[in-house]
Structure formats: C-alpha cells, structure tokens
Write a protein that binds this ligand. Structure first.
Ligand code: ZN
Length: 81
C-alpha cells in the first residue's frame, strides 16, 4: 500500500511536469519564428531618388519617404524645394 502511494505521487508529479513542458513548448512556438527561417522577410523600400530597392531597416528616412543614402535624401528633398 505504501508503494502504491509513492507510485501515485510520482505519476502525479510526472503528469504535472509533462503538462508544464507542453505549455512551455506551445508558448515558445507561437510568438517566435520557426527555426528553419532565421531571417524574417524584410520589408523592402525603394529609394525615391534612384529607385534602388533596399531593406527598410537599412534605408534613410526622409520627410517624403525612404532613400538608399543620405546623399540621395539631400538631392531629392533639396531638388523638391
Ligand atoms: Zn538612391
């Protein structure tokens, strides 16, 4: 009878541990990108001056839009005024 109680406790602990692991895994899988794709698709923008496409994160933000470089931002916004 004593062993049955121990077995029940162990099974209960194992059951809880398994449930925790499954919730951890589902929580981790949902917000993060799948491991097969290290780089999420980058948002591409075109330079307003020369039309070069570049990732939004690498672009220079001007008042009218994105540029590939500060020089093109100056040229474009300078020419507009
Ligand atoms: Zn440019």
């Amino acid at each position: 009878m004593k062993y049955l109680l121990v077995l029940a406790v162990v099974l209960f602990a194992f059951y809880i541990w398994r449930n925790n692991r499954q919730t951890d895994r589902s929580d981790a899988a949902a917000p993060k990108a799948p491991p097969g794709k290290p780089n999420p698709p980058a948002i591409m923008v075109a330079c307003l001056e020369c039309g070069t496409h570049l990732p939004d994160t690498d672009s220079v933000r001007g008042r009218q839009g994105a540029y590939c470089s500060i020089e093109h931002q100056r040229q474009h916004e300078g020419a507009a005024h």
